[in-house]
Design a protein around this ligand. Sequence first.
Ligand code: CA
Length: 226
Amino acid sequence: MRVLLVEDEPKVSRFVARGLAAERFAVDVANDGKSGLEMANTYDYDLVILDLMLPVMDGTEVLRRIRGKDSDVPILILTARDAVSDKVGNFEAGADDYLTKPFAFAELLVRVKALLRRGSVNRSSSVRVEDLELDRLSQQVRRAGKRIDLTLKEYSLLEYLMSNAGRVLSRTMIIEHVWDQSFDGITNIVDVYVRHLRDKVDDAHEHKLIKTVRGVGYAISGAEQS
Ligand code: CA
């Protein structure tokens, strides 16, 4: 899951980014409204957390412009402005949720998870490819009923592959989704992580689920999906 955080206050963005990273999200941070809008238009985010009082372009304008592009990415407003008129105005401009500062991280997290659950039809709480099952709420992975322990990045990579089962994903798409912008681009990082995943997911099984598509990237697929 890839989250864009648009927040100009370093203390707040560090706090939120660190907390979300610990929950296995890939987090990009924009420090002003204009760069936040550019990133939202460039990358495929699962969720945007948006401050309102921002340099260069204010949050409500960012929100309007994202919605103006017909994007339905879930957007959570995180702001010190607690007037009812601010809340109403931003919901009318297309916000999905609104949380006022100061806030507890635990509350932000449950709201983020609720938005992601609502977000899209294939965002159900678990995803299955043949006998491989991933539970997004408990973040547990099992194959043939047997628990598989994954690192943070391995889990994110598998979750991305399984959410797009049957689709070929390029290395660039995988890097954009699973790694955040702090990633400085070792070109074979995806291959390295896919190898780790294969060791854990496929090695013990005769039927391999993770497929290499030469010159393109990777896919996960099985005979049946649900
Ligand atoms: Ca601010």
